[in-house]
Design a protein around this ligand. Structure first.
Ligand code: NDP
Length: 293
């Protein structure tokens, strides 16, 4: 078994981003700037946004966190997004999901200027991604591609099974792995909660991408010998053994599955760290105008 080490890869790529940010500052007289909007007080969302802000600072980006109370109206939120769309000191703009029930996430996503949509959720970016055109790729799938690329894993011709079809992970991942690109050129099966015989599907996979949100859903008995295993899941359980008061588990039973896998990501220390890298790279590209000029 070989480890797909998110800690190692993310720190190397962040070092490159840091150098590029310094060059950008020298040339443009300002830093790449990411704005994150957070609505409400969801603990996990607060942690994710804080980590994004911290990582921006680490690589020399400017970062702004705008925090609204749970009861902000959709209209006010959209008005703020439009203001930030027009602000040429803002390169990347993200709205942390999930949003409170009274706010339609689709309307919010579409309100963001696609040229600042560094989460890659806007339909224009998703459409361009499907057609293999320059675009912002959603951060988690992007991070996974960067990791496969770093380790020189040739995915051409492999059968990939993606478990979970969310707009932010599973669906874009299935498109990216199927594209005529590298990494890519896989034969892809996209599975979800209505898939019949999911275990048989996973058992046929050369690459499994697990993005379900269920602790240890992928067990050794449903994994083919030598498969590449990408675990996106982050499942929190309270724990008295950690300082934070909780422990993270993946969607894959790492201990069992690692003895069969050729490559595997750990949780924590895998895809989560690469997601941040995907976001940072998109923000740098937005600042440099290298995707949309
Ligand atoms: P969603 O809840 O949006 O989607 C889960 C998907 O899994 C759905 O498509 C659902 O199917 C499918 N699913 C649920 N139960 C089953 C089942 N029993 N069998 C087959 N499919 C099932 O989740 P996300 O994609 O947002 O996140 C998935 C996991 O990844 C979570 O643990 C999340 O915390 C984590 N995550 C981690 C990130 C990282 O950076 N590492 C980034 C984003 C997410 P259906 O569509 O039919 O309901």
């Amino acid at each position: 078994m070989n480890l797909l080490d998110g800690k190692l890869v993310s720190s190397k790529i962040k070092e490159d981003i840091k150098q590029e940010a310094a060059a950008f500052l020298k040339a443009m007289g300002r830093r790449p700037h990411l704005v994150a909007i957070l609505v409400g007080n969801d603990g996990a969302s607060e942690t994710y946004v804080a980590s994004k802000m911290r990582n921006c600072e680490l690589v020399g980006f400017e970062s702004t966190n705008i925090h609204y109370e749970e009861d902000i109206t959709e209209e006010l939120l959209i008005a703020k997004i439009k203001e930030l769309n027009a602000d040429n000191q803002v390169d990347g703009l993200i709205v942390q999901l999930p949003l409170p029930k009274h706010i339609d996430p689709e309307r919010i996503t579409e309100a963001i200027d696609y040229r600042k949509d560094v989460d890659g959720f806007h339909p224009i970016n998703l459409g361009r991604m499907q057609r293999n055109l320059p675009c912002f790729i959603p951060a988690t799938p992007y991070g996974i591609l960067l990791m496969l690329q770093y380790y020189g894993i040739d995915t051409a011709g492999l059968h990939a099974v993606v478990v979970g079809r969310s707009n932010i992970v599973g669906s874009p991942m299935s498109i990216l792995l199927a594209r005529n690109s590298s990494p890519g050129n896989c034969t892809v099966t996209l599975t979800h909660s209505r898939t019949k015989n999911i275990k048989e599907e996973v058992l046929r996979a050369d690459i499994v991408v697990a993005a379900i949100g269920k602790k240890h859903f992928i067990t050794a008995d449903i994994v083919k010998e030598g498969a590449i295993i990408i675990d996106v899941g982050i499942n929190r359980e309270s724990s008295t053994q950690t300082k934070s008061g909780y422990k993270l588990y993946g969607d894959v039973d790492f201990e069992q599955v690692s003895s069969k896998a050729s490559w595997i990501t750990p949780v924590p220390g895998g895809v989560g760290l690469m997601t941040i890298v995907g976001l940072l790279k998109n923000t740098l590209d937005a600042a440099k105008g290298s995707v949309y000029s």
